[in-house]
Design a protein around this ligand. Sequence first.
Ligand code: FVH
Length: 280
Amino acid sequence: MTSVTVIGLGLMGKALAGAFVRAGHLTTVWNRTAGKKVEGARHAADVAAAVAASPLVVVCVVNNDAVRQVVEQAGSLEGKVLVNLTNGTPSQAREVAALVAELGGGYVDGGIMAVPQMIAGPGALVLYSGSEKAFTEHRATLEVLAEARFMGEDAGAAALYDLALLSGMYGMYGGIYHAFAMVRAAGGDVREFAPMLTAWLSAMMAGAPEAAGEVVSGDYATEVSSLAMNQVAFPNFVEASEELGLRPDVLLPIQRLIDRAVAAGHGGDSLTRLVEMIKE
Ligand code: FVH
């Protein structure tokens, strides 16, 4: 059983450390401020002691500045593998990889596709990228947390896919929240509405593979739903929302993309053409 150190005992760090403890790994933890505890783990006095305790060091703190501060306090990382599960950008991941390499360590970046309650349970996924040797060496330990999927040797790859997946989630939830706001403002029951919305979104999401095919081929011809038709319908969403006393903030960026696509002569194309408008 590999000894493992977890740095950062926020909601996620605690869940990670708890999972290692329950799986029988000798677990050392460190948190910036005192008081956060993980039963069954050893609590190190400082970052250097926490790093010295284990060959595998998992960092899960609030952001990249905090990661850099942790790494700067680590001392030598000779013989260590640092797995960074903090949310960040691909460029940040590559910069931390270089910093860790300068200190003699192996680096694996990660993107957690789970909430703390899902850790070590079904459906949890963590994306990894960076040193394949370091990942392979510690794969079995990391699999305690979640399914472990390696995305390649570019340290930024996991962050890229993490942010892409989360972008999909935020866009979807923005729509869900707006839909709830409309139903509630009209006096409806959002609990009754939720299953209807779930079924509708599931049906719409089933079209994602076909849309991906359009993006790859660049052929956005449609027999389903043209941008011109959507442009005509869209003001209804905005107007109805405003009549209900709601801000159309969630809807307006999509309307702007549709308007630009139609103005650029793509009115006959499918909505998937919007991928190109985002690129521009
Ligand atoms: N919670 C979630 O659902 C998501 C799921 C996907 C991944 N995210 C990312 O995980 C990182 C940590 O998230 P978290 O939920 O644990 O966040 P907090 O509960 O806010 O805890 C933050 C910890 O970071 C420590 N910290 C802050 N600044 C520093 C610093 N300069 N040096 C060292 N540690 C620092 C903070 O310590 P303290 O305030 O208790 O002293 C917490 O331990 C995050 O990237 C999510 O995007 C979570």
